[in-house]
Design a protein around this ligand. Sequence first.
Ligand code: COA
Length: 321
Amino acid sequence: MYSRIISVGSYQPDNIVTNEELEHKVNTSDEWIRTRTGIESRAIAEPGQATSDLAILAADAAIKKSDINKDEIDLIIVGTCTPDVATPNVGVIIQESLELNSCPAFSVEAACSGFIYALNIANKFILSGESKCALVVGAETLSRITDWNDRNTCVLFADGAGAAILKPSEDTGIIYSEISADGTYSDLLYVPYGTSRKPINEKENDYFLQMKGNEVFKVAVKKLESIAINTLKKNNLTSDDIDWFIPHQANIRIIQAVAKRLDMPMEKVIVTLAEHGNTSAASIPLALDKAITDGRISKGDRILLQSFGAGFTWGTVLLTL
Ligand code: COA
């Protein structure tokens, strides 16, 4: 028995901000952003749009693309580091809005690895028999914790949401998944203010993401290489056996470096950075949905998903769609 992704949906806000527009806000250039990051534009939520608003639309799209009745959903897990409020969690807000049945609904706080963590957990619920139909979401409004006067970060981060429906299946689905973290890197990428240790003081504008980009870059390449190699080894596979590689969409140079180390031709790598930017927990389901929708990925393909995020957290999911 496996758990299988039976459908995927996503949502990007309508408000698209191009690199040229950022040139008017900070001392940067379209050329710098394109060559150093691979990003050309990004979607930013409207002021009234919260993370759950994006998540609900992505979840609804995934439900509509599946053959399930929404009453079958018996588990909701959301990866996000930008929840609407401290409580209720985004999963509960989705549940209420889409009028889903009473069931466990919670969010997972693992930054950019949020979706992979959520998928890993949902897989275990399905394999144990405790869930027969899980809704797994990655959703973020990173624009809310981004300092729009800081060129080091504002050119990278963006908003969006992606969702998947998971069901038990006798056909191959999720083959392998691993997640991990190392808190010794926490000072390389973090938000100093939040709800407990340092409550947010709106006047100070100090609740924005702080990042040592260069150092994050180096650790990301090393970790992503080693977890991908580990996943392939543990499953007696090589990169030739993978149809599609979907890494976290953070920086094209990170993606290219990892692909090179894995001997994975870029033709097999799904890259949506140009139009998505780094949407944190939403990045992988957004990329997966795009590649299914445009016909690149189809049923039966073997896919390696891979995430890396603040914490640091990281993880992989190897699956057959
Ligand atoms: N526009 C123009 N110049 C910029 C800039 C911007 N938006 N941001 C930084 N610079 C400048 C720097 O100030 C520096 O100038 P200096 O040489 O005069 O000091 C120069 O560009 C090079 O900066 P550096 O930080 O070495 O650039 P980089 O090639 O490492 O690229 C990042 C910077 C942030 C794009 C890159 O390090 C990165 O993507 N890191 C990983 C971040 C990440 O993925 N975070 C999320 C993890 S999930």
